[in-house]
Structures are given as C-alpha cells and as structure tokens.
Ligand binder design. Structure first.
Ligand code: ZN
Ligand code: ZN
Length: 376
C-alpha cells in the first residue's frame, strides 16, 4: 500500500470493488494470464473508483496497482479503494509500469485491452516491455460492467431523473424562432443546474428536415412552426449516464407527423415491454423492427434498437440486427426506435430500461405522448 493511501477513508460505494477485482482475476486465471494491463478509463473507474483521465492499472492474481500522475494525487487518495495500491509518477507512467511489472513475482504472460490501447503504446509493450509476453484481450471488464449492482442502478436512476427535470424545465422555452443552439444551451444549463456532472455525449437537437439526421448536432437553424424536433441528451451522476430522446412538434402536428409518431411510439412500447434478460440482442431488436417493417417503414429505421448504458453511454450489450450476445440480467439498455425521411424529418423515442429479474423496468418516466410546443 502506498503511504498516502494508508488510513484514507474508503469512498462510499467502494464495497463492490474487491468482488469486481476477484471476478477479473478468475477470468485471468481461466485464460492462463498472470496480469492484465487496464488502459480504459471506464474500466479503471469500475475496478478502482478512480475517475481521473490519465492512468495505467495492473491487476495480477494478488495485487492491483494504479499508476497516475501528480495532478491526481489528492483525487486518487480519496477515490481509490484501499484494496488498490496507488503510485504517483512524476515523469512517465510507462517507465514506472515496467518497474511495477518487475515487482510481480513470476509474471510472464500479460494481457492488454486491445480495444483501448493506441498502436504507439502497443509498440512500447513490444519494445521496452519485450521481456513479458503480451496477449490481446477484449471485453473482460466490459462483460462484468453489464450487470449493474444496486448502487450503480441508483446512480443511473438519478441520472434519468436529472435529465427529465432538465427537459421539463426547458420545454416552455421552445417555440418557433428559437435556434437549435439556443435550445441546446438552455437544456445543457438546466442539466447542470439539476446536478449533472458532465454531458455524456454531444446533445442532439435536430429540427425540421434536420430531424432526418439521426445524429445531428445543434445548428444555428431557427425552429419553424410545423417542425419535428428531436432532442437526444443525457445526464451524468457519479459517473453513470442516462440517454433519453423525445420528439416534439413545434406548433401544430400534421396527420402525417402523428402517423409516424404513433408507429415509433408503438415500436418503443412493445420493445420496452418485451425485452428480457436472457434474450439475444437481435431478438430484442426484432421486436421493434418487425413492427416497423409491418407498417411498411422498415427502410426508414436504419439504426440499431439500442445499447447498454452505465459508466459509458455506449457499452455492452448491443441490441442490433446482428447481435448474438445474450442480454445480461441487471443490464440497463436503451430502447430507441426511430424513422427518418430525407427532406421531411424524423421521429425517435428513447427510453432507458433495466433488465431486472422480474422483467424489464422502464426507468424513464417522461411522457411519451406527442407534445406540440409553443402552439398558439
Ligand atoms: Zn440517445
Ligand atoms: Zn442511445
């Protein structure tokens, strides 16, 4: 243990960390791996509690060592669980890494996270780290992260509540003549006011024909009466994200807009009610996709149904046409069917759903009926 760590208060919520490390160690042992080098910030946070942006984490069968730099000295001492040793490095984390590895008795076969390592850093492993044998791995920690424990679920619930409060506060200000950027600014300010620590992704405000772009960023376009308006955003609480989409009409909705909206709403409702732990991702996706296809709009639903959320806004599992992955009990996933027509606009409704032992629980409570904003 690093002296600066001795006597440090164990942060709230740190209790699950030893069991997470134990799960990683079981995976390593099963694969004949002596130690894992963790370079993903989210995986590091999950295993240690550390939320800084610059670190290397080594997990062996009997030690967990976090290397970070001077900027994070105080933060590491308050955040990192006592089961993890912290080393503060003043020059190069990589140089320090070799000395940590030399201190691991008998470590020969090491693994790295192939989806979280720059090629230039991989070259360090094969050059300066050539005395060890390095094996690529992926998804060891991500697989564990799918199943949320009660503390994690509480953080996600809080993130959903923060996001919904911020949206409710913003809606009265949305009317024709306001720009997408102004809507985004008001919403993001409201997110902060309600306690969101960070925006988990770039807020999407897409109006009029721009609503046909599923991932449109805010633009200087002014809202016009009769526009569809897609708002896709989230909050972050204690590192955990929410991810919500609602679609509105500025002014009065046309029959064509109502028809499209009703189809997406039904697809969202049936998938949210039908998704289950134990189901394959592709079967969950099919609940919504089959319904939209039966309405003759299959080609207009060009993206996946959803994704896991947690410490990251996009994490396992995937709910897509091609995903054979089985949905883990305890995961929180998004259900976000949409339809998009070039030159006309689009509709998407996205909810966050907990895959509980007794079936799905929709965490999002914001109304799903079509709302006409700023209508005279
Ligand atoms: Zn979203
Ligand atoms: Zn999403």
């Amino acid at each position: 243990m690093n002296p600066s760590q001795r006597g440090a208060a164990v942060p709230k919520g740190a209790e699950p960390l030893p069991s997470r490390l134990a799960s990683v160690r079981a995976e390593l042992a099963a694969g004949g791996i002596d130690a894992l080098l963790v370079t993903s910030a989210a995986n590091t946070r999950y295993l240690t509690g550390f939320s800084g942006s610059n670190s290397l984490l080594v997990v062996s069968h009997d030690r967990a060592v976090l290397l970070t730099d001077f900027r994070y000295r105080t933060q590491a001492s308050t955040e990192v669980a006592s089961v993890v040793e912290v080393e503060i490095e003043g020059t190069s984390l990589w140089t320090r890494l070799w000395s940590v590895l030399r201190g691991l008795s008998g470590a020969k076969q090491l693994a790295f996270e192939s989806t979280h390592l720059l090629h230039s850093d991989y070259q360090r492993l094969t050059d300066a780290g050539a005395r060890w044998s390095w094996r690529p791995t992926s998804g060891i920690v991500e697989a564990l992260r799918q199943r949320k424990d009660p503390t994690e679920l509480a953080h996600i619930r809080r993130s959903v509540a923060v996001a919904e409060s911020a949206l409710a506060q913003t809606l009265p200000e949305i009317r024709a003549g306001v720009t997408e950027l102004e809507v985004g600014a008001r919403l993001e300010a409201a997110l902060r006011e309600h306690g969101s620590k960070a925006h988990p992704f770039e807020t999407i405000i897409a109006s009029g024909e721009r609503a046909a772009l599923p991932h449109a960023r805010c633009s200087a376009r002014e809202l016009k009466s009769g526009d569809l308006l897609i708002v896709d955003f989230g909050a972050t609480t204690a590192g955990y994200c929410s991810d919500i989409t609602r679609t509105f009409v500025v002014g009065r909705a046309s029959d064509q807009q109502r028809d499209a909206y009703d189809i997406v709403r039904e697809a969202n409702a049936s998938a949210s009610a039908g998704v289950r732990a134990g189901m394959r991702g592709r079967d969950a996706d099919a609940i919504a996709r089959d319904y939209i296809e039966r309405q003759g709009l299959g080609p207009e639903f060009g993206h996946s149904l959803g994704h896991g959320i947690g410490l990251e806004v996009h994490e396992a599992p995937r709910l897509s046409k091609t995903s054979d992955a089985v949905l883990t009990a305890g995961a929180v996933v998004t259900i976000e069917p949409g339809i998009y027509r070039e030159g006309w606009g689009g509709v998407r409704i996205e909810d966050d759903v907990f895959l509980g032992p007794d079936g799905p629980e929709v965490l999002t409570t914001f109304p799903r009926g079509l709302m006409e904003l700023g209508a005279a």
